[in-house]
Design a protein around this ligand. Sequence first.
Ligand code: MN
Ligand code: MN
Length: 463
Amino acid sequence: MERTYAWHKYDENTLQEVFALGDSYREFLDNGKTERECVVQSVAAAEAKGYVDLRDIIKSNTPIKAGDKIYYTHMDKSIALFNIGTDDIELGMNILGAHIDAPRIDVKQNPQYEDSNLLFWDTHYYGGIKKYQWVAMPLAIHGVVVKTDGTRIEVNIGDNENDPVFCITDLLPHLGQEQMQKKAANVIEGESLDLLIGSQPKKGEEKEGVSKFINELLEKQYGFVEKDLLSAELEIVPAGKARDMGFDRSMIIAYGQDDRVCSYTSLVAMLEVDTVKRTTCCLLVDKEEIGSVGATGMQSRFFENAVAEILTLMGKPNSVSVRRTLENSRMLSSDVSAGYDPLYASAYEKKNASFLGMGVVFNKFTGSRGKSGSNDANAEYMGFIRRVMEANDVTYQTAELGRVDLGGGGTIAYIMALYGMNVIDCGVAVLSMHAPWEVTSKADIYETKRCYVAFLTADDETI
Ligand code: MN
Ligand code: MN
């Protein structure tokens, strides 16, 4: 089947837009290396566009009507935005849903130990990573430390150019003969992913001198003590900014593009669309990389609860209205796809792979071993999607994650499908997915944003 290369259709003005979106996206990545940082940015952007906190609306018991713009955060790690349309909300919403968590390395609750005058923090990795990719590179620490009195200390060390960075060491090749014989999965063991955080002892202290020195420094400089790590969420992420890639600057290399590339484009599309017939919604959620579990993951009821609150303030305080609204909704599960990589050609089936520069990717299904665990979108919905994309001249492609029986993956699509709504996976093709530095094409980012705008504004009369 013929495919089109998005770059060919751009005139000078459009090219400027493509690159400008790439610039603002890089900024979003640099300011959002954790789910919490992404929520902070999303709230600021939403408020600047007139969005109001649902909790304030509930408190003042203000009726909700068409044209209202509302956001709802949950535990500072997930956010839902709503733009109330003129249609009856029970006819359904147009929903974009992406995730703002990314694979990384988390600091354990009791992490600190000193060995041979080196001070380490022990870790437990989060999400699917190739552990050998995370050693011998500069790392940053982002997150929060919460003290027993409830004070929350924001931690963000390693991304300002004057900050120190951290590192997980690797063995020198000279002594690596045994290590190099191991399987890639075991070259670096999970328990060896320990972060080196200091080496200077407190003056005159022979025993645990480095620990004492760093503990005093932490208290003085950051306001917490070692024991406070018991109630901390510290995420170790690659240090450094997102960068333009290639002589032509056509690509972006950055940490966390799965799935902040779809989160950012979803957010931009959501805030760009002003007056709507069908209510629009943008969901940015946590915990997708570990199965969408927990209070802030998609399996949590927080989204359904927010919809119920909104419907109550619209004069529909009953669960049937909530069910109708959700079942009649349609959704793009905005998540990344595995871009075809000629260096690893055998992992893909080329007719059903996504290619960089060929636009937004639709995955009718994900899953593994016979589509297991997948939300398989139906042909009718796929037909609808094609109609919306073609009416809006969006360059799109369809793909599977890779060769049949090789592996697989999942998204939040199947969870939203539990409400009986139409859902399909849709996002940007990524190279080196889940690596510390992932690669995307600026043309795909641009087409994905256009796709999301087209989807949000699709109402039943215009399509
Ligand atoms: Mn993802
Ligand atoms: Mn992922």
